[in-house]
Write a protein that binds this ligand. Structure first.
Ligand code: FAD
Ligand code: UDP
Length: 387
């Protein structure tokens, strides 16, 4: 590669890696990927815990799932997937229930044997306070969906812990992501395709950038003007795909966008199996963490994992301070105003393409980040590089 690449991609998360891979392959152009962290993969990165040999997702458990055929074909070029299907349980008042709420949860909670029709009618009665009203916040939406008793047991405390906000001040849309099923299907996701990368996330992500036209520069911050691939020296000269925080690109000139962050407390325990499943949620407000992950259960097929010890990770949620990793966009009215201002500023930067979770201030699952990167290449970069 000569000194000036044809494209600079800022951020080696799934969005940036997909753009880099596609541009190098489709247009035979040199692409430099600049990554602030010491590894590629963004939040999907994983590593092996040395004592147990167990793969740990460093930035929180990542489950791949999609209904998008094109994305599924695309990712299968780089890795095979196991047939892992995600199931979650939740503890309420010392009892374990299946989550998301399904007929199993409902019957266990009410100590009943309701048919789907009976359950619908009981829950309808328990949601009567919302009849004829359109939910305006998460609290009302929760009651409208599952009635007050189930909402208070499984949703209110968990949501308040996760968002550190009264559910009456949260948008109704958050809870609509979670299905409610009147059958015994307890899968967390109902997408057509789901699984985990057979050889782990790191092998998958590394194989995306194994291309002679791609150079990867880790430990390199795009805003550090002392290193060669930086904003001041590149923007205007070379097209840039930027997937770092939207507000940081504009020096926070319209204010800081707010995020939630997570604290992960990892422990290696001298027990072969701690909780019998990969993710256990804790619904009650008195328990300070939202969930515990036990990584061995994501890969039951890996016979080499230690049978005498296991790795667990407790997850705590809080508002992100300036030094924290931004994980989930909060999206308050103030954030939405600032976001609009940043969108206006971005529109005036013709050679900078903003993308990904941080670069657009949007929660994106992995398959959405990949789909959106493929669209950026089809719709904007193709015009720049083809012909
Ligand atoms: P990121 O992965 O965040 O990558 C952005 C990269 O840019 C980072 O590596 C960052 O270091 C780098 N960067 C930022 N600023 C700079 C700079 N100035 N210079 C250089 N580099 C910079 N998705 C699922 O499909 N299933 C799941 O189960 C799932 N679980 C999740 C759990 C958690 C806790 C979180 C936070 C996300 C989860 N996701 C999940 C979403 C998934 O992580 C995202 O879809 C994916 O991270 C999006 O990729 P991205 O490239 O947009 O962003
Ligand atoms: N939720 C809940 N109880 C649970 C699981 C989820 O109340 O046991 C709510 C909570 O408000 C959460 C939302 O459902 O923010 C979406 O859940 P999801 O598992 O998608 O959250 P994420 O993966 O974003 O942490």
């Amino acid at each position: 590669m000569n000194n000036t690449p044809g494209l600079v991609v800022v951020g080696a998360g799934l969005f940036g890696l997909t753009v880099a891979q596609q541009v190098a392959e489709r247009y035979n152009i040199d692409v430099a990927v600049v990554e602030r962290r010491s590894h590629i993969g963004g939040n999907a990165y994983s590593e092996t815990e040395p004592r147990t040999g167990i793969e740990v997702h460093r930035y929180g458990a990542h489950l791949f799932h999609t209904d998008n055929e094109r994305v599924w074909r695309y990712v299968n070029q780089f890795t095979g997937f196991t047939d892992y299907e995600h199931h979650v349980h939740t503890v309420h008042q010392g009892v374990v229930y299946p989550m998301p709420i399904n007929l199993g949860t409902i019957n266990q909670f009410f100590g009943a044997a309701y048919s789907p029709q009976q359950a619908r009618s009981i829950i309808g009665e328990q949601a009567a306070e919302m009849h004829g009203r359109t939910p305006t916040n998460l609290d009302e939406q929760g009651v409208a969906l599952i009635g007050r008793p189930l909402y208070e047991a499984f949703i209110r405390g968990y949501t308040a812990k996760q968002w550190q906000t009264d559910p009456r001040d949260l948008p109704a849309s958050i809870i609509r992501r979670l299905p409610v099923r009147y059958n015994y299907d307890s899968r967390y996701f109902d997408d057509a395709y789901q699984g985990l990368p057979v050889d782990g996330y790191s092998a998958w992500l590394a194989s995306m950038v194994e291309h002679p036209r791609i150079s990867v520069h880790v430990d390199t911050d795009f805003f550090d003007s002392t290193q060669p691939l930086n904003r001041d020296s590149l923007v205007g000269r070379v097209p840039v795909v930027y997937t770092g925080p939207f507000d940081q690109y504009f020096d926070h000139s319209a204010g800081r966008l707010s995020w939630r962050t997570l604290d992960f407390e990892q422990e290696v325990l001298d027990v072969g199996d701690f909780q019998g499943t990969s993710v256990m949620n804790y619904a009650d407000i008195e328990v300070p963490y939202t969930r515990i992950h036990e990584f061995r259960h994501f890969h039951p097929e890996r016979t080499w994992y230690s049978k005498k010890s296991t790795v667990i990770m407790k997850e705590y949620s809080r508002w992100a301070g300036l030094e924290d990793e931004p994980y989930y966009p909060v999206g308050s009215p103030k954030d939405r105003q600032a976001l609009q201002r940043y969108r206006d500023l971005a529109a005036a930067q013709p050679q900078v393409f903003f993308g990904g979770r941080l670069g657009t201030y949007q929660y994106l699952d992995m398959h959405m980040a990949i789909a959106s990167a493929l669209s950026l290449v089809d719709n904007s970069l193709d015009e720049l590089f083809s012909g």
